[in-house]
Design a protein around this ligand. Structure first.
Ligand SMILES: [Zn+2]
Length: 162
């Protein structure tokens, strides 16, 4: 008999009817990056594709060229990233899907600052997609906690793991 093998994570936002699919390999990559550097928050951009109007598939992460991170904050800058996005789109049709960051010593709930950042990103002219994805990797005891959020009319919606 074959062992049960998880191929992908699926998260669902029932009110907005949205689904996020993350291949296991990609999620593991994010988790490896989340807690890597002496307790500082890590993060970056999520890229991938839409399967249909409601389902986004994350195909990878990109580190920002410029960032400012501490043990309790993560700020990424978009400077210098456009060439990368252009190349990614040209090569595989991948687009910007959102952002991720870690809370190495806290839960995956969003802080007030996170909420304001999400609203800012959502409202940024450069963000063309309707529901940018925000992923926070927290820690509960010794286990990673994975939470996805999106935003509409300044209200934050969280996804449930399926
Ligand atoms: Zn945060």
């Amino acid at each position: 008999m074959k062992d049960f093998e998880l191929k992908e994570y699926r998260f669902h936002q029932s009110y907005l009817h949205l689904t996020i699919i993350v291949p296991l390999r990609i999620m593991n990559n994010i988790l490896e990056n989340a807690f890597s550097e002496n307790g500082c928050e890590q993060g970056g951009f999520l890229f991938g594709k839409y399967e249909d109007d409601f389902s986004a598939v994350i195909h990878g992460i990109v580190s920002p060229i410029y960032k400012n991170n501490t043990r309790s904050s993560f700020i990424r800058y978009t400077d210098g990233m456009q060439d990368y996005w252009d190349a990614l789109y040209k090569k595989d049709g991948y687009i910007y899907l959102g952002e991720w960051h870690s809370h190495p010593s806290a839960s995956a709930s969003y802080s007030d600052i996170d909420r304001n950042t999400m609203i800012e990103i959502y409202e940024a002219d450069s963000v063309k997609i309707r529901y940018p994805i925000f992923l926070i990797i927290g820690k509960s005891k010794d286990y990673p906690e994975i939470k996805f959020y999106t935003i509409k009319n300044k209200i934050i919606y969280s996804y449930e793991r399926r």
